[in-house]
Write a protein that binds this ligand. Structure first.
Ligand code: SF4
Length: 287
């Protein structure tokens, strides 16, 4: 009999749970409204499909919304948040806004905006292509210095005449963040560090690390485009064989037979039902 360990804090975090509920409530009460999501609601294809079946229309750009159509229109801003200019565009188009930006991300927007307006320079530790990072940068006029890895800082000329304010993408790996901060401290620049890595991310990464130290195999469930899922994968890989899956169907061709102890964790955009189905498959092998 296999031993299965499910990590604490696997699956939806507070911010995603809140955003998904707000969006679902809108869809339940939509009457004749067209409801758009600006980008996939979360990085989980299966969950997004459920919302689309209920009537949600996913778009990639607010310009894709045709204002001439007579039905009232509403745009959902997802938990990652967006730049200030997106709110301006939505207001210009007279769209109703349902803002599901996670309150923790909102705080970073405020910090970036206030600091920038006071003449400070923002260093944003994160992935420049991630929607959350693009959104944060949009609150400081897209002027943040964005770095994901220490080596990216080597080519940047630091200015000793200004004050830097450091913030982070909420899902950054804590260790990578610390390495970058240590480097900046050594450079003796004038800076204020705000570790804005979300506590949900920290505890999720910590429990994935703990479990991966006591099992033969880790299974990480989450969307292929989910940054926090990919970070869990790399953390688990430091200790043990690790596979990344989106659903239990990805396990069909994988030989679980040779593993006695299996750990399971999941990214912040993975619904409970996908985690439950996966555990059931590991236990019983039935799709
Ligand atoms: S990981 Fe944290 S910051 Fe991001 S949505 Fe979840 S609760 Fe909010």
């Amino acid at each position: 009999m296999k031993k299965i360990f499910l990590a604490d804090h696997a699956g939806y975090c507070f911010g995603v749970k809140r955003a998904m509920k707000l969006a679902w409530d809108e869809l339940e009460n939509r009457e004749n409204k067209n409801i758009f999501a600006l980008g996939p609601l979360i990085h989980n294809k299966q969950a997004v499909e459920k919302y689309e079946e209920k009537g949600l229309i996913t778009i990639n750009d607010i310009e894709d919304i045709d204002s001439k159509n007579v039905n009232p229109k509403e745009v959902i801003i997802r938990s990652h948040g967006v730049a200030k200019e997106v709110y301006d565009q939505a207001n210009e188009k007279k769209l109703e806004i349902v803002d599901t930006t996670c309150p923790f991300v909102k705080k970073i927007h405020e910090l970036a905006k206030e600091s920038y307006e006071k003449g400070k320079k923002i260093i944003l530790i994160g992935d420049k292509n991630h929607p959350e990072v693009i959104g944060i940068n949009g609150w400081c006029d897209n002027k943040a210095i964005i770095v994901k890895e220490l080596k990216e800082l080597f080519d940047i000329e630091l200015d000793y005449s200004v004050e830097y304010v450091v913030v982070s993408q909420t899902t950054m790996n804590e260790r990578e963040f610390d390495v970058i901060i240590d480097y900046l401290k050594d450079k003796n620049i004038n800076m204020v560090v705000n570790n804005t890595i979300c506590s949900a991310t920290k505890v999720r990464q910590q429990s994935a690390r703990e479990i991966s130290n006591k099992v033969d195999l880790m299974i990480v469930i989450g969307g292929k485009h989910s940054s926090n899922t990919q970070k869990l994968v790399s953390i688990c890989k430091e200790s043990v064989d690790t596979i990344a899956i989106e659903t239990k169907a990805d396990l069909i061709d994988f030989d679980l037979g040779k593993y006695d102890t299996i750990g399971v964790t999941a990214g912040a955009s993975t619904p409970d039902w996908i985690i439950e189905e996966t555990i059931e498959y590991i236990e019983n092998g039935v799709i």
